[in-house]
Design a binder for this molecule. Structure first.
Ligand code: SAH
Ligand code: SF4
Length: 346
């Protein structure tokens, strides 16, 4: 039995493992075809393998995928998978289909230490980092569920991805391995609450992974009140990191702004944001606040949101509004909390 999960074995390591088990050389490609092209996750269903080889594989890799605690399906097509990890912790991953895309939203930690005041994950505090395997497993479980490869991956589930960089980057390497799922780096987006070391590390990595920064406010007082991490990485430093990233990569950074009624949605807030954006290669994505049980915050009202957008547009800042998906099953941004008792809609 091997300690390593099948997904984390690169192709050559997998070939070697199978050779050690005295299987013919072509088996490795057959097995990977079943998994990564046909999305079959049980050795018993791999009908072109001999029975003795299936048995050997079952012993070597007893669980290709962990058991799923729960699948939830929203009426808008969004589905959420809740997985119980080896130590009993629960994590969530979400599949969001759209007209011509399928986006998987992944978690990188159980809980989160950053503690943004409007985020349900932040409320639960930090429990632990996920391993690279646990990150990749979320994708494979959603592939199994939807029967499709995602067109996009966003690290916008539970946790601060840049506080778990080693596992995050290893998982990205596995997901983009042409002999595995072969996803394109430019279809992957990491969303950070502003961890500067992570931004610096990402810009030095090969590939074209996209960066989104959860800015929410462009002045220190407001931002610190929403994202406590701002004390460690204040607005000016964060801006420098985004500028350096843009210069190095020529890739446009998304600035995410969750608009909360009377907290960060006023004219002055929009003007601060305009100043922040000046000279940067960025676009602003306005995110409607997703309410969750017990939250004291409200989404910005339509009039204020419209005015906010107008100020940005007038100043030449590109701005989009993110559609909220999966709200009924608490699968939308900031609603994930690793609970299996969330409302079930079938
Ligand atoms: N920790 C990372 C990534 C996960 S959060 C980050 O903060 O960027 C993904 C996105 O959801 C972030 O932009 C975050 O600000 C946003 N978010 C958190 N809580 C939310 C809520 N209740 N409603 C809407 N968006 C929320
Ligand atoms: Fe953590 Fe992101 Fe939630 Fe903030 S918004 S608490 S960084 S998961």
């Amino acid at each position: 039995m091997t300690a390593k999960s099948l997904f984390l074995c690169g192709f050559s390591e997998f070939q070697k493992t199978l050779a050690d088990l005295e299987m013919p050389a072509f088996r490795a490609k057959q097995v990977r075809d079943w998994i990564f092209r046909k999305f079959v996750f049980s050795f018993d269903e791999m009908t072109n393998l001999s029975l003795p080889d299936r048995e050997k594989l079952k012993k070597a890799f007893p669980k290709i995928l962990p058991p799923v605690e729960k699948y939830l399906q929203d009426r808008d097509g969004t589905s959420k998978v809740v997985v119980k990890l080896g130590d009993g912790e629960l994590i969530e991953a979400v599949a969001i289909p759209d007209e011509d895309s399928l986006t998987f939203c992944l978690s990188t930690q159980v809980g989160c230490a950053v503690g943004c005041v409007f985020c349900r994950t932040g409320e639960m505090g930090f429990k632990r980092n996920l391993s690279s395997d646990e990150i990749v497993l979320q994708v494979m479980l959603l592939v199994k569920r939807t029967g499709k490869k995602p067109t996009n991956i966003v690290f916008m589930g539970m946790g601060e991805p840049f506080f778990n960089r080693a596992a995050l980057f290893e998982a990205i390497d596995v997901l983009t391995d042409p002999q595995g799922l072969g996803l394109a780096t430019r279809r992957i987006t990491i969303s950070t609450s502003g961890v500067i070391e992570g931004i610096a590390e990402l810009m030095d990595r090969p590939g074209e992974v996209n960066l989104a920064v959860s800015l929410h406010a462009a002045d220190n007082a407001t931002r610190t009140s929403l994202v406590p991490l701002n004390k460690r990485y204040p607005v000016a430093k964060l801006r420098e990191a985004i500028a350096a990233y843009g210069e190095r990569t020529s890739r446009r950074v998304t600035l995410e702004v969750v608009l909360l009624k009377n907290f960060n949605d006023q004219v002055q807030d929009a003007m601060n944001l305009v100043s922040f954006c000046e000279g940067l290669l960025v676009h602003v994505n306005i995110v409607r606040f997703n309410h969750f049980p017990g939250s004291p915050y409200d989404p910005s009202n339509e009039k204020d949101e419209k005015e906010f957008r107008k100020i940005l547009k007038k100043a030449g800042v590109a701005v989009t509004v993110r559609k909220s998906r999966g709200q009924e099953i608490l699968a939308a941004c900031g609603q994930l909390a690793g609970k299996s008792d969330d409302q079930e809609k079938k």
